[in-house]
Write a protein that binds this ligand. Structure first.
Ligand code: ADP
Length: 155
């Protein structure tokens, strides 16, 4: 055993882990929901990021804690303002698919400096347009939990 081959083994093991093996359930709000509703959902579901969907359930945006804090300190009417006005919108959403590796997801979280990725499946509509269905979320917590599980055997 030497550390170089040990690292190669670890890298290989990590490369086999898929997003579908560790993802969490999708937590979504409709784009017509109010900022107030989104805050309540964050508390009741105990998450920091929400996926925002249109009336047909397809991904249109994402909203984080800081997006909501910005509105709160800006003095906006949180009961009236729709979440669609404050979210980060498509096509600027960084996503991942169930069959992608956890490693790719972690790289995206780091390179884009974000906490969560919506896990999506792509549907091609009859007119050729692509829509994303949200099938889960992959967060820094999922990766931390995995890290602990991987370490549990040896420590
Ligand atoms: P917080 O704002 O609570 O620190 P993040 O660091 O994840 O949470 O979010 C930073 C910004 O990036 C926010 O404006 C948020 O809307 C946006 N954002 C979060 N996740 C994504 C994502 N997967 N794709 C694109 N933008 C995102």
């Amino acid at each position: 055993y030497n550390s170089r081959s040990g690292n190669t083994l670890v890298a290989r093991a990590i490369g086999k882990l898929r997003v579908k093996d560790i993802k969490s359930l999708a937590i979504v709000v409709r784009e017509s929901a109010s900022v107030y509703d989104a805050v309540v959902t964050m508390f009741t579901e105990d998450v920091g990021t929400l996926s925002v969907v249109d009336g047909e359930g397809y991904l249109v945006g994402i909203v984080s804690r800081k997006d909501l804090l910005k509105i709160a300190i800006g003095g906006g009417d949180v009961q009236k303002m729709p979440i669609g006005m404050v979210m980060t919108r498509m096509p600027n959403i960084v996503t991942i698919t169930p069959d992608d590796t956890v490693y790719l997801a972690a790289r995206r979280l780091i390179s884009h400096q974000i906490d969560a990725l919506p896990v999506v499946r792509t549907y091609v509509m009859p007119n050729g347009e692509e829509r994303l269905e949200v099938v889960g979320r992959l967060t820094k917590t999922n990766i931390t939990r995995l890290f602990v599980e991987l370490g549990d055997g040896e420590n």
